[in-house]
Design a protein around this ligand. Sequence first.
Ligand SMILES: Cc1cc2nc3c(=O)[nH]c(=O)nc-3n(C[C@H](O)[C@H](O)[C@H](O)COP(=O)(O)OP(=O)(O)OC[C@H]3O[C@@H](n4cnc5c(N)ncnc54)[C@H](O)[C@@H]3O)c2cc1C
Length: 456
Amino acid sequence: MVYDVAVVGSGFSAIAETVNLLRLLPPSASIAVVGDDPGFGRGTAYRTELHVHRLNVPAARMSIFADQPDDFVVWLRDQKRGVPPDGFASRDDFGRYLRDRLALLLRNRDTRPTLHFIKAKATACDQCTVGRVAFQLDNGTNLEAANVVLCLGVGNAELPVDPAGVKGILRERIVSNPWRLGWLSHVEPSQTVCILGSGLTMVDQVLALRAHGHRGRIHVLSRRGLASHPHLTRKVVPVVPELPSSREISMILAALRRQVRTGADWRGVMDGLRPLTQGLWQELSHAQKSRFLRHALAWWNIHRHRLAPDVFKRLEALLGDGTVTVRKGFLQTIEEDERQLAFAFRPRGGVGGIRMRADWIINCTGMERAGIAHSPLLRQMLEDGLISADKLGLGICVSRNAQVLDRDGSTQPGLFAVGALTAGQFWEITAVPDIRVQARNVAVAISEYLPGVADI
Ligand SMILES: Cc1cc2nc3c(=O)[nH]c(=O)nc-3n(C[C@H](O)[C@H](O)[C@H](O)COP(=O)(O)OP(=O)(O)OC[C@H]3O[C@@H](n4cnc5c(N)ncnc54)[C@H](O)[C@@H]3O)c2cc1C
């Protein structure tokens, strides 16, 4: 069977794409969803069941439907969760909401396309021609579709150093991918934990450790020691930024700072910039984008990706009582030291190395920027010239309508990508408010190729 559309992936991008296809395609259409994660739609972000893991975007902006922005708020109200529109729901609840909304759409069999779930990973792409994209799956079968949407997310960043000399039980205490939360139940309450990275992933793991009864010391090591700012408890009104005509990154950032100095709340300025960010990014030259990534990214991240206010308060309390300490430095080595792990780092602005010990080392350095290395499928497609890597190392090259570009820069017929893999083209494409728009646009583009759509 050749499906009209195959959606490859099982995180938020995949479920957002699927619900849009279900709404837009005619009942005669067929859709396959290929993914092997339990809990379709949860992906890396929403698979946690810990209530302490909260969304970092207010509920009012987390609807899966771009054209029904209140939908998540309505769901929360129906479920009597007591989270106001500007509050921060648990990520577990968001996962339930996604599942409920898909289930609702699936109920109406006669008026919607056929949907098949295939529990597998796509491992290779054999063919990519007009009207036919063919994949091998790791369950030994093949899949063919006229259109394919890659919703693969990006992997976890590698450990900054190779702990090759660490063996046995101690090696198991170096957690390269913290999103698989199984490691937490093995940490003893009084053990010392070192977390590499000080961003949102670090905060998640600190809260998860506490929820599991951990009461020992937590050392946080990161290159700049910067942690995310909180959202305010009151509503912030977005301020449309006064941007210069120049597309030089330093001029743009200076204009934003000026606006904050004249009294605008910086959160309002960041929020006001949000709808403009994709267009602004596309107008920057390659050199300006590189400058931004080299010099401003760490500051951008802590202002743009903010913490729920009470999550921030908990972190502050743990910093205040010395449970969590943050050090700025560059990790040099991880070695065995009797029954513990020893890690050495060069302090920022200093020389030499400081050596410390911990029972666990958790890699929270974030998501892999390029998003290709973790995926055998993407590596194969890159080798065969079916995709090309973004020059800034931000995923794969796509056109402005998210069609995948091949080695020669030509659009691949019927092959799209959704989510953070497309950050080279869109930059601001990692969170729900942006992905849901992209998913809808891709569904509209696909629906225009398919017969029967004009009639619905
Ligand atoms: C901890 C965390 C919290 C976040 N919180 C928020 C928030 O509060 N609000 C917000 O707007 N955004 C948040 N984000 C941003 C988040 O990245 C997006 O909201 C969204 O979850 C990204 O989903 P995705 O499907 O693109 O990627 P992922 O969630 O990474 O999913 C990719 C999926 O593809 C599957 N896959 C990969 N390769 C294959 C293959 N070859 N074949 C089949 N399947 C494959 C993987 O198994 C995985 O299930 C958060 C991110 C993280 C990591």
